[in-house]
Design a protein around this ligand. Structure first.
Ligand code: SAM
Length: 214
């Protein structure tokens, strides 16, 4: 079983490379992070399939290609303070923890946040702080951030999140309707913000004051 997963992890990495993931630090972080620890034991056999999987509370662990694409778009060098909204399983947070100096991650479901915190501890990733709450307006207590990633879909770019970035900071998030969004990369500039799209995607909704109503 363990060898099977190892083989599957290597083949996932090859498919991520073929799909355009070229940042070697991102690929190494994915290689070092056992996705099987972040999925339900019943789904372990699909841990390295390039697909989203249910994680409870009606939520999902994102598809590996999406995780890799969003992480690559953050352009992390290792020195950044990163805010993630939507901890979910904790998988994306684990990858960010290997690539940045410090990670703050916020989840609205306590059950998911507690489970994620246990997994991160189990992996010895001590540079992550997990909070329970509505992160749709960011997490001002620990702002500013060099990078912000939102792993749930917002109806528009939440300007409170942009305001929590340092100048030159990058926000990556899906924006659009309930069933289709654009994956946007927003850079905060001296005079405002620059926005570009990485293409279409589908995420669970960002629920809260800066997102969709419950
Ligand atoms: N990053 C996660 C992972 O690696 O497993 C995947 C996250 S899942 C696609 C989106 C998560 O965002 C869900 O766990 C959901 O509960 C959470 N979420 C939605 N709205 C939120 C909000 N306002 N604040 C914090 N978390 C929120």
């Amino acid at each position: 079983m363990a060898r099977d997963l190892e083989t599957q992890r290597r083949s996932l990495l090859e498919s991520l490379r073929s799909a355009g993931i070229h940042d070697e630090r991102v690929l190494a972080a994915i290689e070092a992070t056992p996705r099987e620890l972040f999925v339900d034991p019943h789904h372990r056999q699909w841990a390295y399939a390039d697909q989203a999987l249910p994680i409870g509370c009606g939520q999902t662990i994102s598809q590996p290609l999406i995780v890799a694409t969003m992480t690559q778009a953050l352009q992390l060098s290792g020195q950044e303070r990163v805010l993630e909204i939507g901890t979910g399983s904790g998988y994306q947070a684990a990858i960010l923890a290997r690539l940045a100096r410090f990670v703050v991650t916020v989840e609205r479901y306590q059950q998911l946040a507690c489970q994620a915190a246990r997994r991160l501890l189990q992996l010895g990733l001590s540079n992550v702080a997990v909070f329970v709450g509505d992160g749709s307006l960011g997490w001002p207590d620990a702002a500013p951030y060099d990078r912000i990633v939102v792993t749930a879909a917002a109806p528009q770019i939440p300007q409170q999140l942009v305001a929590q970035l340092v100048e030159g900071g990058i926000l990556v998030l899906p924006v659009g309707s309930h069933d289709h969004q654009e994956l946007l990369v927003i850079r905060r500039t001296f005079s405002g913000q620059e926005v570009h799209s990485l293409g279409g995607c589908v995420f669970v909704p960002l629920v809260g004051k800066g997102g969709w109503e419950e």
